[in-house]
Design a protein around this ligand. Structure first.
Ligand SMILES: Cc1ncc(C[n+]2csc(CCOP(=O)(O)OP(=O)(O)O)c2C)c(N)n1
Length: 627
């Protein structure tokens, strides 16, 4: 891209939204240009979410220009499109730290800025939260505007409809802005997406758009009655009874979300109306940066890249667990025609691209709808189809009751391929996959497997798939230790651990390190240095009880190691076992402490938490000395 650094004069002076309220229309348009340039240059260095924010530049400027933020509340859904918002609300110079240890969060955080009115990271929460704020304002007699900003992808999440339903009924003073770019991470899916596309296509779009320009931009105050008449006119003429209107909202749009003067006048006029209002804007993901416009999916969230070419500059690391899953899924599908795969809107992240191309009629992207994904899978399983649900650990949290009520109680045969289990790094606390063992191991009928490497991951996926009930394989973000998978899949006996190293009897204190997943590697140096027994526990549920009895009788200490919260984790399961059987040897649980873990690289976080190999050895030595 050509250097536009001389353009950065306006943005350099925006330290607060109040500064941009001083600018005239031409300057605001110039600011939009500078902001785009700044976002591209900055994200090229740090990596992060780029295409979503490029699509919201004009929207963000218009919002902070028209509304009295932070008194008026902007509630962004997910928060991945809010980099422009961060830049305009006093965090411009910190953008270079985004997603890094101690730096800005990649999403929204109330503790980061008073302009971040509601913490986010997961999808489809904005309308509910904004409705709560609107009702609170009403109760407190505060005349503030509350605005939920939601993408068409996030609008595939059921919670958004629960909130719309409630808002229309409460007649709340709430504005919902739909940022419609026809994309989720990959192309958006579903009947609602089709419905939005129909609104945008053909005559309805152009005539309403014209209408928005001519009518909305010239509304004189007081406008309420005129606006009402305009709405009725529009309703009758071009869009009889949109879905949103029937839900109790005044629907306005579609409006070109990149036309800044238009956006400003539309927002100004909408601010003069009361009750539930719905503004439908149309934007382009990646707007203004050719590589991102051409490939919005890649630029949704991207590693550092060359801003001139859009080429990613980092060199790929080890083969990821995601790609192990991807290959296993395709191989398994070729052997079993009953296999189907389900993703809640994470085709790329979950490694389903290849499967979706090879088996399009056995592939289901259900939208950002984790609850539905699980119950949909349960229904399929009732009819002897074999669903594999590929889901991130953090997003499975959304579908907890569905896992219990719809899947496990009925003992249905589904396989959960749980990606991003454990610390995930740059995405931080909202995306950490550190609770799944705790919330799954208390569910009767569940089997939970934790692979130590890529080869075991493939065999565990196969084992979980063959298990005739709900089974979950949890694997971490990133690469393994390079252990190649064998093409031939092997069944692992349910609840059977693997002893990797034995303590040499009679020498020193007898310590058994019981480890789950790739955390075995973090325990291995300690096992060698302190002559410990080292066990690949393989199953968080069921535990290998026979082995635990044997080890409890032949060792003086147990150390448990897992990339998961200590509270309720696999190590807790060992303590429950010990209590039940009246073993009194001391047990040290090593894992994620009882607090939310912020962003940073995985390595940095592990070091910070004392979960790197060196610190683990130190903890074990201290524990032994404590007796
Ligand atoms: C509950 C949940 N599931 C999945 C995700 C992952 N995710 C982040 S952004 C996104 C797509 C959002 O699309 P949209 O709201 O249209 O915003 P856009 O990126 O198109 O601007 C998804 C699926 C998430 N954040 N939360």
């Amino acid at each position: 891209m050509n250097s536009e650094s001389n353009l950065n004069s306006l943005l350099a002076n925006i330290d607060d939204p109040a500064d941009l309220r001083e600018l005239n229309t031409e300057q605001l348009i110039q600011l939009a240009r500078e902001l785009r340039h700044f976002l591209i240059e900055s994200t090229a260095v740090t990596g992060g979410h780029l295409a979503p924010g490029l699509g919201t530049v004009e929207l963000t400027i218009a919002l902070h220009y028209v509304f009295n933020t932070p008194y008026d509340r902007l509630v962004w859904d997910i928060g991945h499109q809010a980099y422009p918002h961060k830049v305009l609300t006093g965090r411009r110079d910190q953008l270079r730290t985004i997603r890094q240890l101690g730096g800005l969060s990649g999403f929204l955080k109330r503790s980061e800025s008073e302009y971040d009115t509601f913490g986010a990271g997961h999808s489809s929460t904005s309308i509910s939260a904004a409705l709560g704020m609107a009702v609170a304002a009403q109760r407190k007699g505060e005349q503030r505007e509350v605005i939920a900003l939601i993408g068409d992808g996030a609008l595939t999440g059921g919670m958004a409809y629960e909130a719309l339903n409630n808002a229309g009924d409460l007649d709340a003073n709430l504005m919902v802005i739909l940022n419609d770019n026809d994309m989720s991470i990959s192309p958006n899916v579903g009947a609602m997406s089709n419905y939005l596309s129909r609104i945008l296509s053909g005559r309805a779009y152009s005539s309403v758009r014209e209408g928005s320009k001519t009518v909305l931009s010239t509304l004189p105050p007081p406008v309420k009655n005129l606006a009402k008449r305009w709405e009725e006119h529009m309703k009758g003429m071009v869009m009889p009874g949109t879905l949103f209107e029937e839900m109790g909202f005044n629907y306005i749009g579609p409006v070109d979300g990149h036309d800044l003067p238009l956006m400003i006048s539309v927002l100004k006029n909408m601010a003069k109306l009361n009750g539930p209002r719905f503004l439908h804007i149309v934007t382009q993901k990646g707007k203004g940066y050719e590589p991102a416009e051409g490939n919005p999916c890649t630029f949704h969230g991207i590693s550092p890249f060359d801003p001139d070419t859009g080429k990613i500059t980092t060199i790929g690391g080890a083969r990821s667990y995601t790609s192990v899953f991807s290959d296993w899924l395709c191989d398994m599908a070729s052997q079993d025609e009953h296999l189907v795969a389900i993703t809640p809107a994470m085709r790329e992240g979950s490694g389903l691209v290849k499967f979706s191309e090879l088996y399009p009629d056995r592939y289901f992207d259900v939208g950002i709808a984790e609850q539905h994904a699980l119950t949909f899978a349960a229904g399929l399983a009732c009819e002897d189809i074999k669903p594999v649900v590929a889901i991130y650990s953090t997003f499975l949290q959304r579908a907890y009751d569905q896992l219990i009520h719809d899947v496990a109680i009925q003992g249905l045969d589904i396989t959960l391929a749980i990606d991003r289990a454990g610390i995930v790094g740059a995405d931080g606390a909202t995306h950490a996959g550190v609770f799944d063992i705790a919330f799954m191991r208390c569910i009767p009928n569940m089997v939970i497997l934790c692979p130590k490497d890529e080869a075991e991951c493939r065999n565990m996926l196969y084992t979980a798939y063959q298990y005739p009930g709900p089974a979950a394989v949890r694997y971490p973000r990133g690469g393994g230790n390079g252990t190649p998978e064998r093409e031939q899949m092997q069944l692992i006996e349910i609840g059977r651990a693997e002893v990797l190293r034995k303590n040499q009897a009679g020498k020193g204190e007898r310590i058994a390190i019981l480890a789950w997943g790739d955390f075995i590697a973090h325990g291995e140096p300690s096992a060698n240095a302190l002559d410990c027994t080292l066990v690949n526990m393989r199953f968080a549920k069921p535990l290998d009880e026979a082995l635990l009895h044997e080890l409890a009788q032949s060792h003086d200490y147990f150390i448990t190691l897992e990339d998961h919260a200590v509270a309720g984790g696999a190590g807790s399961a060992v303590i429950e076992f010990m209590q039940l059987h009246r073993y009194t040897l001391p047990v040290l649980n090593i894992g994620i402490p009882d607090r939310f873990i912020e962003h940073g690289t995985q390595t940095e976080i592990y070091e910070q938490l004392g979960l790197d190999a060196k610190s683990i050895e130190k903890s074990i030595r201290n524990f032994i000395l404590e007796k």
